[in-house]
Design a protein around this ligand. Structure first.
Ligand code: DP6
Length: 338
């Protein structure tokens, strides 16, 4: 039985990063990771199975923010739905309609919310009855970081050793108003499409960076240390580890050949500003992903001050786009159980 379904998922930003796969086909990561799901960035996806036009075309059809998807992005959606149909035991081609509040391809984790929403809507549409862990494992196959967007707040992705053992689950302690009370200011320096995809950059790092082994070892340790800090309600301890872990991820990709460098001069300027705010007594810590933008972790009570300072820049004469975000909710799915 098939029936249309719609799902909403929120993006997440890693505090301990996923960078490198041990198995590309199954999207098994080299390390565990820890993330914060954010309320500000959302993907909403509807899957209409057995769509007549898609059937006539002999393939799934998809739009993102009203524009037809093409090329690699469309191929990834189709491969993912093939996997869903395989697990569901069949079903005809679908029409996929997706909208996103995430600037695509700017290192703001658009694939995480996108594939988490597609996993939720796709599974429901094709009658695949999965619990949250099953949805997390399925979303992982679309994009690794998507397995974390199945859950709200703080989330750990256990690297695992095979398909069954590599999944995410929520970590208590990230709730608004709790001891940590985390929030993020996202400094958008360049909302355009990045030059090297994170998938390709990861592959290159695994294959050529002499620093990769050190990265794997130290990140596994960072995740354990961060979980301790979360349990202790220690935002400063968590933030220091997160900033250090992000720098180590970028160090390992700078060591690849050819090197991968997502930072611009503006990225470094924001890192300086974050250090200066901290020196002034405003607690905040930076993290960066596969793009030039800087995400700044702070307590929710400091969020407006941190965002206002970063919008103006060190000399107070800039007008940067800074998006404020708080912990976001888990994946939600609507539609008849097919
Ligand atoms: C830098 O999940 O986009 O954001 O599994 O190849 O689709 P694929 O990669 P993806 O990589 C995210 C990398 C990161 C760090 C993180 O989110 O942990």
């Amino acid at each position: 039985m098939t029936a249309p379904a719609t799902a909403v998922a929120h993006a997440n930003i890693a505090l301990a990063k996923y960078w490198g796969k041990r198995d590309e086909a199954l999207a098994l990561p080299a390390t565990s990771s820890l993330s914060l799901t954010l309320d500000a960035f959302r993907s909403t996806t509807t899957v209409v199975p057995d769509d007549p036009e898609a059937q006539a075309a002999g393939a799934d059809l998809a739009t993102l923010d009203g524009a037809p998807m093409t090329g690699n992005s469309l191929d990834r959606v189709r491969r993912f739905l093939d996997l869903v149909r395989e697990q569901a035991g069949g079903g005809g081609y679908a029409r996929v309609t997706s909208t996103s509040t995430v600037p695509i391809g700017a290192g703001l984790a658009s694939s995480a919310s996108g594939f988490a929403a597609l996993a939720g809507a796709g599974a429901r549409a094709y009658g695949l009855d999965l619990d949250d862990r099953g949805l997390s494992r399925l979303a992982r196959r679309g994009s690794g970081s998507a397995c974390r967007s199945v859950f709200g707040g703080l989330v750990v992705w256990h690297a695992g050793t095979d398909d069954a053992s590599s999944y995410a689950e929520p970590v208590p302690g990230g709730e608004p108003g709790g001891a940590l009370d985390p929030a993020m200011a996202v400094v958008v320096l360049n909302p355009g499409v990045k030059s090297v995809s994170s998938r390709e950059a990861m592959r290159r790092t695994v294959q050529t960076s002499p620093f990769f082994a050190g990265w794997v070892e130290s990140t596994e340790r960072d995740v354990m240390l961060m979980l301790d800090r979360v349990a202790a309600g220690d935002l400063a301890g968590l933030g220091e580890l997160a900033e250090s872990n992000a720098l180590r991820m970028h160090a390992t990709m700078l060591g690849a050949r050819p090197p991968v460098r997502y930072w611009t001069g503006q990225t470094v300027a924001v890192l300086d500003e974050v250090a200066a705010l901290r020196a002034d007594g405003l607690a905040c810590w930076a993290t960066m992903d596969a793009g030039p933008n800087v995400k700044v972790l702070c307590a929710a009570t400091d969020l407006d001050r941190v965002a206002a300072a970063l919008a103006k820049g060190a000399d107070g004469d800039l007008d940067r786009l800074v998006i404020t975000a708080r912990p976001g909710p888990a994946l939600s799915v609507a539609g008849a159980i097919a």
